[in-house]
Design a protein around this ligand. Structure first.
Ligand SMILES: Cc1cc2nc3c(=O)[nH]c(=O)nc-3n(C[C@H](O)[C@H](O)[C@H](O)COP(=O)(O)OP(=O)(O)OC[C@H]3O[C@@H](n4cnc5c(N)ncnc54)[C@H](O)[C@@H]3O)c2cc1C
Length: 602
């Protein structure tokens, strides 16, 4: 007897509608014979039978919509039916291939996971476990991950796909900062801003529209719908891969014992061969700017605004601050952006920072760089924010965007050798192993680039390490960075200044979007591509060291630049590749080509 279940036809698909049964109860069916058709919001697909036999029962009728994993039909044995040659998952199944050997975990001894730097004092490791909760025999897992953000759920999905028995402890919502108060809502609101901009330029295309009015309540409804759909997708994927999810706050004690305390105060203790700490981060603020959620906001509150503030001061011109400034400007706020460093988006190449600053100012934003804020006070006209040498601005809201602090304080860690530095980051070695054997830490909790995709990469790396697959450490200097303000910024590898500081003799090529045909077609000609390469004796470019972009859709164009930098490709190698025409990405090709000593258009 075999159950036929609704398959997962895509990463974020959570349900499907049966549009047709090709067999009826009593019919014989062979393995791999098309059994039914399913329609999802992503794809329509004919699904083969997972087993051979007689279709005993159809549980879900044509036209019905059910969740991934729900039993649709039952296939019974048939004397005449051909025996299955090998169990074969549907083409799109998320299950690991059945011909892989079962995963072998590196056993929990102290030989692997040698601590980074000095080992913790033996007394700390021997301290009694804080978990006064009995551990039941059934609550042992291969791996427990604390935190269900991108780093934690990424580790769980990847590890479960490798056949490991994963448990995931989450105290709030699966998806973490990224899904609920980070990447996704921020980009979703920026898309609203893009629609407003497009309407503003409609007349250039011969389309007459009135002044747009914004219903921010509806904006939030759309944003929340995207979040809810993605949350359901992540939840479905975890369940499909049989990850055990524990709701509650997880704390780590000795001997890889994790205590999960639910909202009602009830606690359970679970153990594992390996533990992954992935509790993420929360917004920081500055002295004098205590968060009240009304006047002084963090990113959490900005993303939930139910109206467009008339005047807003954004403190911090990094990636998140620039995204908020850009979004609020486009939807109608009067924006003042205050940045302590001399340039916006510190870390980006100076040429890209300048593109953004010029564009912001051109759209009417007040940008003050190289200024420190000293405090704020309420006045009859609004909130007075003091900055620089006696300067101030009156606004209705203040958004503080000055980075995020690791959330290590709620992990307990008593009785373990896990070390936390003075800023709250858990200390790790290049493979994200903590001082405690078989305990890893990943994502925003550790002092690496605070990016969701870096969290995913760390999650996959630690799973490989558990499996003894000797993974390559992540090259943090070359990870991709994408900032979704308008104009967008994207880069990988060294800036021109970093390359020079590292002692490279460099050659640089810059090309502007103003000469790119697709950029003209879409009416977005602001920005440039900049490629930095090692200088060869003949003055042409050798190895590509950095690719930096500011302009239209550059976050979608960085891919080939990222590969070039990380593959340590040379200018001549990349210049061989043909760029499709007319595309924005032709500009990357032109910029690299120019470093060969000859060019086409540029
Ligand atoms: C406004 C904004 C925009 C951003 N945009 C981008 C972007 O475009 N691209 C990008 O790559 N990154 C972006 N980021 C950063 C990205 O969101 C983070 O790097 C990422 O979410 C970190 O993932 P994480 O899993 O380490 O932590 P988190 O996402 O913070 O998740 C940690 C999870 O652990 C849970 N948790 C904490 N403690 C415990 C405990 N003791 N027990 C159980 N559960 C616990 C939390 O509830 C949370 O769900 C943005 C961030 C913000 C704020």
């Amino acid at each position: 007897m075999a159950d036929v279940v609704m398959p997962q036809l895509g990463e974020t698909v959570t349900e499907g509608t049966i549009t047709r049964w090709f067999k009826q109860p009593g019919d014989e069916v062979a393995i791999d014979e098309v059994l039914f058709e399913v329609s999802t919001d992503k794809v329509d697909s004919e699904v083969p039978s997972p087993a051979a036999g007689v279709l005993n029962e159809i549980v879900v009728a044509e036209g019905e919509t059910v969740d991934v994993g729900v039993v649709l039909a039952r296939i019974g044995d048939a004397a005449a039916a051909p025996a299955p040659a090998a169990a074969q998952a549907p083409e799109v199944s998320a299950e690991p291939p059945s011909d892989l050997p079962p995963p072998v975990l590196v056993p929990p001894t102290t030989e692997v996971g040698s601590p980074p730097a000095a080992a913790a004092p033996a007394a700390a490791a021997a301290a009694p476990s804080p978990a006064a909760v009995p551990v039941s025999a059934t609550s042992h897992h291969d791996v427990i991950v604390i935190g269900g953000g991108p780093a934690g759920y990424g580790a769980a999905l990847y590890g479960a796909a490798a056949g490991l028995d994963f448990a995931l402890v989450e105290m709030d919502k699966l998806g973490g900062t990224c899904l609920h108060v980070g990447c996704i809502p921020a980009k979703e609101l920026l898309e609203t801003a893009a629609v407003v901009r497009a309407i503003g330029h409609a007349d250039e295309f011969g389309i007459t529209v009135g002044e747009p009015s914004i219903d921010f309540g509806q904006v939030q409804v759309r944003k929340n719908k995207v979040i809810d759909t993605l949350t359901a997708g992540v939840t479905g994927l975890l369940k499909h891969r049989k990850v055990t999810i524990y709701d509650g706050v997880g704390t780590l004690g000795a001997n890889r014992t994790v205590t999960v305390t639910g909202a009602d105060g009830a606690a359970v203790a679970i153990t594992a061969d390996h533990v992954v700490l992935a509790s993420g981060s929360s917004p920081r603020t500055l002295p004098g700017f205590e968060i009240d959620g009304v006047n002084v906001m963090t990113s959490d509150e900005v993303l939930s605004l139910d109206h467009v503030p008339d005047r807003v001061a954004i403190i911090g011109g990094g990636a998140i601050g620039c995204e908020f400034a850009s979004m609020l400007l486009d939807v109608g706020s009067e924006v003042t952006l205050l940045e302590y460093m001399p340039n916006l988006i510190p870390g980006a190449d100076i040429d890209c920072s300048r593109v953004v600053e010029r564009a912001f100012k051109g759209r009417g934003m007040t940008v003050n760089t190289g200024v420190a804020v000293s405090g704020w006070e309420p006045t009859a006209d609004g909130l007075k924010v003091n900055f620089g040498e006696g300067d101030s601005v009156i606004v209705d809201k203040i958004a503080v965007s000055v980075g995020r602090a690791p959330r290590s304080g709620n992990l307990a860690l008593d009785g373990t050798a896990v070390q936390v530095d003075e800023r709250g980051f858990v200390e790790i070695d290049p493979l994200c192993r903590t001082h405690e054997p078989h305990v890893y830490a990943i994502g925003d909790l550790v002092n690496t680039a605070q990016l969701a995709h870096v969290g995913f990469a760390e999650g996959m790396m630690v799973v490989k390490d558990m499996l003894g697959e000797t993974p390559m450490p992540i090259d943090y200097g070359n990870v991709p960075w994408c900032i979704y303000c308008h104009p967008e910024v994207a880069f990988a590898g060294m800036t021109e200044q970093q390359a020079k500081d590292e002692g490279f003799d460099v050659v640089v090529s810059k090309h502007k979007y103003s000469g790119n045909s697709r950029a003209m077609i879409i009416g977005e000609t602001d920005g440039l591509v900049k490629v930095i390469a090692e200088k060869l004796p003949d003055g042409t470019g050798g190895r590509i060291l950095g690719v930096h972009m500011a302009g239209p859709w550059v976050t979608e164009q960085l891919g080939q630049g990222y590969l070039a930098v990380n593959w340590e490709a040379t200018v001549n190698e990349v210049a061989q590749f043909i760029q499709p025409h007319p595309t924005l990405s032709e500009l990357f090709g032109e910029t690299v080509l120019a470093l060969t000593g000859r060019s086409l258009h540029g």
